[in-house]
Design a protein around this ligand. Structure first.
Ligand code: MN
Length: 250
């Protein structure tokens, strides 16, 4: 990764580079409360963010028991194992976003649990129940960029559903903003808990600023949908809180 890409991905603004908030700081998973979003994480301890809504709030699309286990057990487990993996690690004390950008492919504990923490923190934000009609569909710059990049919201939804259905095994589907061409949005998918911020791991074509992540692990839907991933995707895609997605854009 060259310096320019590193600066843009990590938000470490230098002279002439406009600082944009890190996604991790916007979704509340970047650092301990005592640190700044881009600076060191002195406590070195990540914590489970609040879900922000009731476990039953997304029924019937996502059942209460799935939400309870997914947030309280799965996400909590990633946070616990991330903190354990960082004990004595050279990257201990790093903010999450710079940590993700610098993970090596064979560092599986950090890769799986750093990704797991970030991905789920983002997921809870973008599926938060709508509080107004503005949340139900994209507006303003996000709407313009979706139309320019995909043709229409319907086309984007179809692309997300297809990418989710064709991801083999566990993984995530992403709506990503190109860091060099902010008007350009694209859809990609990653295996396991990888994400578009892992520039040492995912191919360049999958790298960028994640605006929306859809969890296609079976633990996200199995209790209610069993093997019917396409039904889960169809229901989930209609739950997306587009105001929350818009807030993550640079
Ligand atoms: Mn999950």
């Amino acid at each position: 990764m060259d310096k320019r890409t590193f600066i843009k991905l990590t938000g470490l603004a230098g002279a002439g580079v406009v600082a944009v908030p890190l996604v991790s700081s916007l979704i509340g998973c970047g650092t301990s409360p005592s640190s700044t979003p881009t600076g060191p994480n002195p406590g070195g301890i990540f914590s489970l963010p609040e879900l922000g809504f009731d476990h039953a709030a997304l029924e019937p699309a996502i059942d209460s028991q799935t939400m309870k286990v997914h947030h309280g057990k799965h996400h909590a487990g990633y946070v616990r194992k991330l903190n354990a993996a960082l004990e004595g690690h050279p990257m201990a004390g790093s903010a999450l976003e710079s940590l993700l950008a610098n993970i090596q492919p064979n560092d599986t504990a950090l890769r799986n649990n750093g990704g797991g923490h970030f991905n789920h923190a983002l997921f809870w934000k973008v599926i938060a129940p709508a509080t107004s009609e503005l949340d139900a569909s994209p507006n303003g710059p996000l709407e313009r960029r979706i139309n320019a990049s995909f043709g229409s919201l319907e086309a984007l939804k179809n692309t997300l559903a297809q990418a989710g259905a064709s991801q083999f095994g566990s993984g995530w589907v992403w709506l990503v903003q190109d860091v060099n061409q902010p008007d350009q949005l694209f859809v990609t998918s990653t295996a396991n808990q990888d994400n578009p911020l892992m520039s040492g791991i995912v191919p360049p074509a999958a790298q960028g600023r994640p605006l929306l992540g859809i969890d296609v692990w079976e633990h996200a839907y199995y209790l209610n949908y069993q093997n019917r991933r396409t039904d889960y995707l169809a229901a989930l895609i209609e739950q997306i809180n587009w105001s929350a997605v818009s807030l993550l854009m640079a």
